[in-house]
Design a protein around this ligand. Structure first.
Ligand code: GLC
Length: 528
């Protein structure tokens, strides 16, 4: 298993800004350089130029909206007893706040990366410590006690002006719309702890007993034995960024990719002591089974689609080709047109007789970043994005999923959700926050031009439109019906994309190299 080195030495042939005074253009870097970028640790204490919101020196000209974005990001900082602990989901006072006045764990990730990339790790450290403390609280929904390892979906700081005190109120799903479980929170927390460690070189935070315990509790929760016949993680609907009923129950790609990445990050963070070792053994076994399952059964390209189209059904025993008994008639019409001759992707969900063929952006990008996707699969995902640009990027990056559900299907699957109408919000809406994930995935796959093109599209509108949460329409042309303005992760996502394009060595904090022991299992990919 490849683990990340955290020391202060540089072993990459790609010189950083600090070494040569100039940053190599990402567009000049070849594949072997990219591999080294993942290994190259960040300097221990960054002397790099920080963006403070004041006019920059003449040495590099950022896009004019970068300064505005930093100022907006700083305005969103939430303090607790005088210390910054996170960023608020949206600073939009124009309408009823709903639940946007709190720090969401998943929303804070791009903010945290922006601060780390700018050499400001304190807020990230405070956030990680505060959330691990919240994890250790007893959590209940009505009379039901939640698992020990559950991390909150969000928290808010309450001020008592009379007593002049501050307290934290966390939500583990018991206040969320629909009482959805934040399965992704714990995974993002581990991924962020690794990013902090990798970026600062400070291993002492991850080594603290409460952090080690926090990792183990999350692992215990997701590695516990049950009735499962698959290594993927079974979830209820609305368990991730898509936190509403959208037919993502079962084995959603977003959770499986984050699960895989969190397992790999945990492996690099856990101490090899008696408690850690037991956990490590279970992680290693699960990673092998999970990568085989995902690479074989979630992967779809034209060859695999054609195979499913011709599947026999009702096959019994271990010789079955159609293992999940997928009925070819259940293949949706759109997928035949959508599938390019070159290219492929991890589909949305796989369970008995049920394949969700929709494209989900976050899961596919995380699959690339975590090396769940083989290098060939990563290239194939990039090929798909390029050949289906109108559908997946359109006028405003990026579609959260494709295609949207309409009429009868929308009624049945979403339960007539008026926020998730076709091509809006989670149902085929376009979310600027996804830009950072696309950019990181493109750099890792050696295709940064794709991210550059998408970033330029976003740049032309984001500030003018007031940093909306999401856009609506087939091409993402309209500001979302109920989109919040000044949505923090739209702002931070843009900044992270810009910083990574400017200095690709940032990629190392959020990407993992391929583990050579996990040999690719795919034999039938036409696009590979
Ligand atoms: C919405 C999104 C969710 C996000 C939250 C705060 O509920 O669906 O992913 O975390 O808003 O921005």
């Amino acid at each position: 298993m490849a683990t990340s080195k955290v020391d202060g030495t540089s072993n990459g042939s790609v010189k950083s800004k600090d070494e040569e005074g100039t940053t190599p253009s990402i567009f000049e870097i070849d594949d072997s350089d990219l591999t080294r970028l993942l290994e190259k640790p960040r300097p221990l204490n960054t002397e790099r130029k920080r963006w403070t919101g004041t006019p920059r020196s003449a040495c590099f000209e950022p896009h004019p909206i970068v300064g505005e974005a930093w100022e907006a990001l700083r305005r969103s900082i939430v303090n607790f007893r005088g210390q910054p602990v996170g960023t608020i989901a949206a600073l939009d006072n124009s309408s009823e706040e709903l639940n946007y006045d709190q720090v969401f764990v998943r929303d804070f990730v791009p903010s945290a990366l922006a601060f780390l990339m700018n050499g400001e790790p304190e807020i990230v450290k405070n956030f990680l410590l505060k959330t691990v403390f919240l994890q250790s609280r007893e959590k209940k929904v009505d009379n039901f006690k939640l698992g020990e390892g559950v991390m909150p979906a969000s928290f808010k700081v309450l001020h008592n002006p009379v007593r002049n005190t501050e307290t934290i109120l966390a939500d583990y799903g018991e206040s969320a719309i629909g009482r959805v479980a934040p399965v992704d929170s714990g995974f993002w927390w581990i991924i962020l702890l690794r990013a902090y460690t990798k970026s600062t070189g400070d291993t002492s935070l991850a080594e603290r007993p409460e952090m080690q315990r926090g990792i183990r509790l999350i692992m215990t929760l997701c590695l516990s034995e049950g009735f499962d016949t698959f290594p993927t993680l079974l979830c209820a609907d609305g368990c991730c960024m898509i936190d509403r009923r959208m037919g993502v129950y079962g084995y959603p790609i977003e959770i499986q990719a984050l699960f895989f990445m969190a397992l790999r990050c945990a492996l690099s963070l856990l101490k090899r002591d008696s408690e850690g070792n037991d956990c490590i053994d279970r992680i290693v076994k699960r990673l092998h089974a999970l990568s085989f399952h995902m690479r074989s059964y979630f992967w779809l390209d034209i060859k695999q689609l054609n195979d499913i189209y011709r599947y026999k059904t009702e096959e019994y025993s271990h010789t079955a080709v159609n293992k999940f008994n997928v009925i070819p008639d259940s293949l949706p019409d759109w997928v035949f047109d959508f599938m390019p001759t070159r290219g492929g992707y991890f589909i949305g969900n796989v369970s008995p007789a049920k394949m969700d063929f929709r494209w989900f952006c976050l899961g596919n990008c995380v699959a690339i970043l975590s090396s769940l996707a083989t290098p060939e699969q990563s290239s194939a995902i990039m090929d798909l994005i390029e050949s289906r640009w109108q559908e997946l990027v359109g006028e405003m990056p990026l579609k959260i999923c494709y295609p949207a559900m309409e009429s009868h299907e929308w009624r049945i699957v979403t339960g007539c959700d008026p926020k998730n109408t076709s091509w809006s919000y989670h149902n085929g809406g376009s979310w600027p926050v996804l830009l950072w994930l696309l950019t990181a995935a493109c750099i890792k796959a050696g295709r940064p031009q794709i991210a550059k093109r998408a970033t330029e599209l976003a740049e032309s509108r984001l500030l003018m439109d007031g940093w909306p949460e999401y856009y609506d329409g087939k091409m993402g042309r309209y500001i979302g019906k109920q989109a919040r303005k000044n949505q923090t992760w739209s702002i931070a996502g843009y900044l992270v994309a810009k910083m990574m394009l400017e200095d690709p060595s940032h990629l190392g904090m959020i990407a993992l190299e391929e583990d050579k022991q996990m040999k690719p299992q795919m034999k039938r990919s036409a696009s590979c």
